[in-house]
Design a protein around this ligand. Structure first.
Ligand code: SF4
Length: 256
């Protein structure tokens, strides 16, 4: 297989993983049963989007007692910024805590730092970060008014998808951030962020268009901006998601 074809195939598989995650492999396994063989197209069209509904998500968020003395994000950051609880602590260049307005009513949550983030110590910089800034502007949010963080604080080598064990170790840091910021709404960017936070084993397609109640915080799901760069066809779906997200925010913050 030539290099170009290999690159295209890898990108297609990455896109499919962004939508289906581990369910992609379930789907492939199901296909190995010789009852009714089906072919998976690498350009499989998304099924119709489900209608908007509120789903209460009972994800028990347990904040470790060691953080009870942290009453600000700065205190939390200084407590955890040298963390080496998983292997990623040994390979990171910079710890990426999160950035934005600590009093924001809106939190955006991504997967993990990439190469640019690892260099700068700031989430969502580089091309994907610029696209995110543009998306936010289009729904009248200034990026600096929001708070942005990731499920993992350190970059996985070669931008590989975080493994569940890494997410389990790291996510209490994010829970404490959420507790301190206390946003009204959360937008998960991509399947890994959504499954990590909501603890659901569903495809991105199934999660988009729903409103989850996570400890009383309304949470929605859309594509990761890096996935949109790889597959511009998804921008339309993302646009619908973020418009719904903005509407939800406006309803929740409407001043009577
Ligand atoms: S990814 Fe999270 S748990 Fe792992 S070393 Fe970094 S901060 Fe610690």
């Amino acid at each position: 297989m030539n290099e170009h074809l290999k690159k295209l195939l890898l990108e297609s598989l990455k896109d499919q993983k962004e939508i289906f995650g581990d369910l992609l492999f379930d789907k492939l396994e199901v296909e190995t049963v010789p009852v009714k063989p089906q072919k998976i197209s690498l350009n499989e069209k998304e099924p119709a989007k489900p209608k908007l509904e509120i789903i209460e998500q009972k994800n028990d968020i347990v904040i470790p007692p060691e953080f009870s003395s942290c009453s600000t994000l700065e205190e939390l950051n200084s407590k955890i910024c040298n963390c080496v609880k998983c292997e990623l602590g040994k390979t990171r260049n910079k710890f990426v805590f999160g950035a934005g307005n600590p009093n924001s009513e809106v939190m955006l949550i991504g997967e993990a730092p990439g190469a640019d983030e690892d260099k700068q110590g700031i989430p969502f910089v580089g091309k994907a970060g610029q696209l995110l800034t543009d998306i936010l502007k289009a729904i009248n949010f200034e990026r600096d008014d929001l708070y942005i963080a990731n499920i993992l604080k350190c970059r996985p080598p070669n931008n590989r998808t975080p493994v569940p064990a890494e997410m389990d170790i790291c996510i209490p840091y994010l829970w404490k951030q959420i507790e301190l910021i206390n946003p009204k709404v959360i937008l998960c960017l991509g399947l890994t962020a959504a499954t990590g936070l909501l603890k659901l084993k569903l495809s991105l397609t199934k999660m988009r268009g729903n409103i989850y109640e996570l400890n009383g915080i309304k949470t929605m799901v859309t594509y990761h901006p890096a996935a949109l760069l790889r597959n511009p066809n998804w921008k339309r779906g993302c646009w619908e998601d973020v418009q719904q997200f903005r509407k939800l925010y406006d309803e929740l913050t409407e001043k009577n």
